[in-house]
Design a protein around this ligand. Structure first.
Ligand code: PEP
Length: 243
């Protein structure tokens, strides 16, 4: 039995006042899903404080360094995230892959570093529009997953979350249909081997309260990774309630 999970990716948005206001407006009542909020790094302590007082609520980071310490200006280690009481970390978001040149090999290293430190990686995979049009969706996702599978023991997957985020659906207002997303989720579960049934697989890409229920009704969609709509506390709560 997989518990539904809804994660907010605030990206580089908001400020201290926004974060404080968000939690005065965000009502966890009637939400059965586990909720994770991933703010920009400076607001992790603030969200951690809120998390301490609430059940089924955790804080996550949007990235981490693959190194544990040293001369890596501007980087943040897994240990530092743990000091802030982060429990989850988004790994390999398509913006990190496309804007910061993160390869699947680097993403896999970060996955391992996060897990070894005791953080739960939310591994993002997904195809670009061009790859979809070339009918390479499953091949691209299989390769992104394989980069991780190649360097972990197969049952280590169970201490992780996978997010299927078609790149063409992120921040564009376009969503995969529930059936298209389900097909890819089912494929991902199969690729995760004998622990696949235990792993939460989230859908991400322009999820909002208006399309969340239809997505969550699919057998292999266990929740969502939400960008834009997670910046509105009431809208995000409505998505969480649908899970
Ligand atoms: C994301 O960036 O992970 C995301 C899913 O964004 P949006 O919901 O805005 O498409």
């Amino acid at each position: 039995m997989r518990i539904p999970l809804v994660a907010a990716n605030w990206k580089m948005n908001g400020n201290k006042a926004f974060a404080e206001r968000f939690f005065s407006d965000f009502d966890l009542q009637a939400i059965a899903a586990h909720v994770v909020v991933c703010p920009p790094f400076p607001y992790i302590p603030l969200v951690s404080q809120v998390a301490e007082d609430r059940e089924r609520f955790s804080v996550g980071a949007q990235n981490l360094s693959q190194e544990s310490s040293g001369a890596y200006t501007g980087e943040i280690s897994a240990e530092m995230l743990l000091d802030w009481n982060a429990r989850y970390v988004i790994i390999g978001h398509s913006e990190r892959r496309s804007l910061y040149g993160e390869t699947s090999e680097l993403v896999a290293k970060k996955f391992v570093v996060a897990q070894q430190a005791g953080l739960i990686p939310i591994l993002c995979v997904g195809e670009t529009l061009q790859e979809r049009e070339q009918e390479r969706t499953l091949e691209v996702i299989a390769n992104q997953l394989k980069a991780v599978s190649d360097i972990i023991e197969s049952d280590t997957w169970k201490h992780s979350v996978v997010a299927y985020e078609p790149v063409w659906a992120i921040g564009t207002g376009k969503t995969a249909t529930p059936e298209e997303a389900q097909d890819v989720h089912q494929f991902i579960r199969g690729e995760l081997g004998n622990v696949g049934e235990q792993i939460q697989i989230l859908y991400g890409g322009s999820v909002k309260s208006a399309n969340a229920s239809a997505l969550f009704a699919q057998a292999d969609i266990d929740g969502a990774l939400v960008g834009g709509a997670s910046l509105d506390a009431k809208e995000f709560a409505a998505i969480c309630r649908a899970a």
